[in-house]
Design a binder for this molecule. Structure first.
Ligand code: FE2
Length: 424
């Protein structure tokens, strides 16, 4: 018998090497050293890392690749970005959203990014954004698991019609309840929005993922309310706090009480290092705060911490390339996760932790799981984070859906010409 595909001699993220992965009917049929059977197709992964696909648990696909429309963000701030998106949203078409999102998905596939949670703005009651991304979710389903969050960008209570629009978006098939309590008019209304949105999730049996405390204000404490409402409604493990940047600036004593509360609620922590380092600390002169949540402390407390890309070429962020290793690279620096074990935790935060946050089924390099994985031009997770290397093969349900030639240079030095492997 021949397997559909065998990957030979791979190194896995957990450090095992010399591993073969046999694939049959879209599933991992076996994963072990030296599998004797042959494959119809075989990939040599000698000295290459084979990872489960990258997972982005926090993105905005309705705004991606729209940079410059209708104008550039001159101040580069979060608040001008929100205002600018409001201008674009008023004129955007469903076709334009779909076209840009599909272009982004192609980029994501080429980078081995096959699972994405995207917030979709429901502030415009026409819900063109929702219609567009529901179409995209269906179109990309064979290649990308796309989860959608009903996100009231301009405030659940602050934006006229948002309460009704959010519910309609959920009725249309959006998966998850979003929110933005720090953007409501008052702290009290922010807390009320958290209570109302958790109640909706409990009534409908859905997950929650809120933009929470994306600010440098140490008194922005909606994560406390989100944690307590999570416990009250029995939503433990099904609620994500995205950003949580105010925790960077909070008083240490308060945080010593807050983190155990978050752990009790089993909050999924989703940090966005690229965007946070770009947008936070803007009101500071010097010293200038980093504005990233307390990654190491939250991990040490046993919370599931993952990293999101958040934005690529949109009103908030003019950079990005659907490369989760770029996100991890920034996390290593900003969260000062420099040790060997630290970097392994960062790599996990881009893969298995994010998969857990999204509640993905069948994810991981184990027998019986989906045959979804990426072969990288790097020998281990540490090198992958350092080099952000070429994704040589991207496999989904046992089929190669993207392949890219390795980066190999021809060097002419010291009077001779030779080849040089970028990852050597
Ligand atoms: Fe976001």
């Amino acid at each position: 018998m021949k397997f559909d595909l065998i990957v030979r001699n791979a190194t896995l993220p957990d450090g095992r090497s010399g591993i073969d992965i046999a694939v049959q009917d879209g599933k991992i049929a076996d994963i072990a050293a030296s599998i004797a059977a042959l494959g119809v197709e075989e990939i040599d992964a000698t000295d290459r890392l084979v990872s489960p696909p990258f997972v982005d648990p926090h993105f905005h696909m309705d705004a991606t690749l729209s940079m410059g429309l209708p104008r550039m963000n001159l101040s580069g701030t979060l608040l001008e970005g929100i205002a600018l998106w409001g201008e674009l949203r008023a004129t955007v078409t469903r076709e334009a959203i779909v076209e840009r999102a599909l272009r982004y998905c192609d980029l994501a596939i080429s980078q081995g990014l096959l699972h994405i949670r995207s917030h979709v703005d429901v502030s415009d009651p026409r819900l063109i954004t929702v219609e567009g991304l529901l179409e995209v979710r269906e179109k990309v389903a064979p290649y990308i698991d796309l989860q959608l969050v009903a996100f009231p960008q301009d405030g659940y209570y602050r934006a006229p019609g948002a309460v009704d629009a959010l519910n309609r978006a959920l009725d249309m098939g959006v998966d998850i309840v979003g929110g933005i309590p720090h953007f409501e008019r008052t702290m009290a209304q922010g807390a009320a929005s958290v209570e109302a949105l958790c109640r909706i999730a409990a009534d409908r049996g859905l997950q929650v993922d809120m933009h929470c405390d994306e600010t440098d204000d140490p008194l922005s404490r909606h994560i406390e309310t989100l944690s307590s409402e999570t416990i009250r409604f029995g939503l433990q493990g099904r609620v994500a706090g995205s950003h949580l940047t105010s925790m960077h600036s909070m008083d240490n004593y308060y945080v010593s009480k807050l983190i155990p509360l978050m752990a009790e609620a089993n909050i999924q922590v989703i940090s966005n290092p690229l965007i946070n380092i770009m947008l936070q600390g803007r009101h500071d002169s010097y010293p200038k705060r980093r504005g990233l949540t307390r990654v190491r402390e939250l991990m040490d407390a046993g919370l599931n911490v993952s990293f999101g890309h958040d934005c690529v070429m949109d009103p908030w962020y003019s950079m990005g390339s659907a490369d989760m290793l770029e996100v991890g690279h920034m996390a290593v620096h900003v969260a000062q996760m420099a040790g060997v074990e630290d970097k392994k935790r960062v790599f996990d935060a881009l893969t298995v932790n994010s998969a857990k946050a999204m509640g993905l089924q069948g994810y991981g390099l184990e027998k019986g799981k989906h045959a979804d994985f990426v072969v990288l031009q790097a020998k281990d997770p540490l090198e992958a984070l350092r080099l952000k290397p070429t994704r040589l093969y991207v496999v989904r349900r046992g089929k190669i859906i993207a392949r890219t030639a390795p980066r190999i240079s021809e060097l002419t030095t010291h009077g001779t010409t030779r080849t040089f492997d970028f990852a050597s």
